[in-house]
Design a protein around this ligand. Structure first.
Ligand SMILES: O=P(O)(O)OC[C@H]1O[C@H](O[C@H]2O[C@H](CO)[C@@H](O)[C@H](O)[C@H]2O)[C@H](O)[C@@H](O)[C@@H]1O
Ligand SMILES: O=c1ccn([C@@H]2O[C@H](COP(=O)(O)OP(=O)(O)O)[C@@H](O)[C@H]2O)c(=O)[nH]1
Length: 491
């Protein structure tokens, strides 16, 4: 059977302690866990002279192969073009983009370097699954090196309308290069449709149902695959974490006050200052809640070498200080603002203690925290999700969450009050609506759906031979045609 080769900038290396504070690594890790395969990407390290050979680790059916970047690569490709041009523009913030030709050329150079490494390990029948905005031109570089494998791309972040995409300087070389994949997947139908329009403006012909494009003699399939979580496992994790000493101590620290929780990387897309404004408005206008609620905002620092992130770090800390300065007293701190990374087990326990979660990004591809919060709740006494209408998660959880516009401070404050005062029956009803979605579409479903769309025959063959894991391990070295033959013989 064919191997699955996953490529992404961020890799969840098994030896790295603590949680990885980023949804891509969390999701890909969960998806690969059951399937096995190769995961190729950046080690997260910078070295003056990176080795020519990737560092390889094998763990539980996954081969991790990672490379270091030079300081120049890190600066131009990661901090520069990926995180100062593609990230802001695709999050509808063209005003924050800082473009330089040097950064674009660093971005293309690193993509070519990834292609050179991959060219050494790829076999003709490998299925290649590439992730996110760091790697948009990779298929083109691989095709130029003669690799005709099935190649799929999944975009974890939003895809804005075509006229915003066109704000990316030289967009045809980067976003436009997605046309070299066989399948391009998005988090929501809106993202997919925006990209279809962009391809149309670039001369492509879109099929009437919007899921295919004929461009430059190539056929590209477009699909929607909302990224998910390991719902049942995360719910178990939360039940277990709730009983640990650590989470018990956290609960006791609240002294019977209600808990509002927020968990986000320190990123301007997450709307943390807007959320703080809403909390401040809530405290100012609803004094009866003083001393009866604590808001814990867990915010690991992110992309700390990018100036826009440094600026936002200062702004958010300042706002947190102002709120506490204005409303605290000697026995009550209304806002606990914490710049630390917690393990996902600890987070699962914290979510379960919480009465409400504020997940209010200005734009977000999906937002796994929203899904994790729901999965972690006690169904008999669940907390309430306050969710931005601009998170990809709103498309699936909108029927159970309190949807808010993160630019509307007063409505967000009102939603917070409603969440804290919501009757038990309504909380249960809303929670069960969201859980039904998360149970039906978990992380296995996400990976299966994507691979099914990329290589339909291969995926059904995999399913047909759903043997115990040990047996699967002993057959993976057989030729790709083996599973198909087995199926045809009706075995
Ligand atoms: O790798 P970093 O630069 O440290 O950033 C962390 C990750 O952030 C982004 O995550 C996105 O993927 C999530 C899972 O699909 C999704 O829920 C979220 O909305 C996205 O923002 C980024 O896309 C990843 O590449 C980064 O690794
Ligand atoms: O201290 C932290 C904060 C976050 N996360 C995890 O990081 C992911 C964040 O993913 P999300 O999709 O919400 O946003 P992203 O950071 O990828 O934009 C979630 O799985 C969180 O559980 C974590 O492990 N520790």
């Amino acid at each position: 059977m064919s191997r699955i080769v996953v490529v992404s900038n961020r890799v969840a290396l098994p030896q790295k302690s603590g949680g990885s504070a980023g949804g891509l690594a969390v999701a890909v890790n969960a998806a690969l866990k059951d399937k096995g395969g190769i995961w190729f990407g950046w080690s997260g390290r910078v070295a003056p002279e990176p080795s020519d050979a990737p560092e390889v680790t094998h763990r539980a059916g996954i081969t991790y192969a990672v490379i270091d970047l030079t300081g120049e690569d890190y600066q131009e490709y990661y901090n520069g073009f990926a995180n100062r041009v593609l990230w802001p523009v695709l999050h509808y913030r063209a005003d924050l983009a800082e473009f330089s030709r040097a950064d674009l050329s660093g971005y293309m150079r690193v993509n070519r370097m990834f292609a050179d490494h991959l060219a050494r390990i790829l076999k003709p029948d490998d299925i290649v699954w590439i992730h996110d905005y760091h790697m948009m031109p990779l298929a083109r570089h691989l095709r130029e090196r003669g690799h005709m494998n099935r190649m799929g791309f999944f975009l974890h972040i939003p895809m804005p309308p075509a006229d915003i995409i066109q704000a990316v300087p030289q967009h045809a070389q980067t976003v436009g290069a997605l046309a070299h994949y066989d399948l391009v997947g998005f988090q929501t139908d809106g993202d997919r449709d925006n990209f279809a329009r962009y391809l149309e403006f670039s001369g492509g012909r879109i099929t009437p149902d919007g899921t295919g494009c004929d461009i430059g003699g190539r056929q590209v399939t477009l699909g929607t695959f909302p990224v998910a979580i390991e719902t049942a496992a995360f719910a178990r994790r939360a039940r277990h974490a709730h009983r640990t000493r650590y989470v018990k101590a956290f609960r006791e620290s609240l002294s019977d006050r209600k808990l509002i929780i927020g968990v986000d990387r320190l990123d301007y897309s997450k709307g943390i200052p807007n959320r703080f404004d809403a909390y401040e408005h809530f405290l100012r206008t609803v004094p009866e809640w003083h001393d009866r609620v604590s808001y814990v905002q867990i915010t690991p620092k992110s992309r700390t070498d990018v100036p826009e992130y440094q600026e936002m770090d200062r702004d958010v800390s300042h706002k947190a200080g102002q709120i506490n300065g204005a409303y605290s007293d000697v026995t009550w701190t209304p806002l606990r603002y914490v710049n630390r990374t917690y393990s996902r087990s600890a987070l699962a326990g914290f979510y379960r203690v919480a009465d409400a979660a504020m997940v209010t990004p200005l734009r977000d591809g999906m937002n796994l925290v929203a899904k994790e919060f729901v999965a972690a709740q006690d169904p008999c006494d669940p907390g309430v999700l306050v969710l931005s209408q601009f998170a990809g998660a709103a498309a699936e959880l909108g029927a159970g969450a309190l949807l808010v516009n993160p630019h509307d401070t007063e409505s967000m404050a009102a939603a917070l009050k409603r969440a804290l005062e919501m009757p038990l029956a309504e909380r249960r009803e809303r929670h069960s609506r969201m859980m039904r979605v998360l149970e039906a579409r978990d992380i296995d479903h996400w990976a299966e759906a994507f691979l099914e769309a990329l290589v339909p025959e291969e995926t059904s063959a995999r399913r047909a031979i759903a043997l115990p894991r040990a047996a699967i391990r002993s057959v993976v070295r057989l030729p790709a045609t083996w599973a198909r033959d087995l199926l045809l013989r009706g075995a």
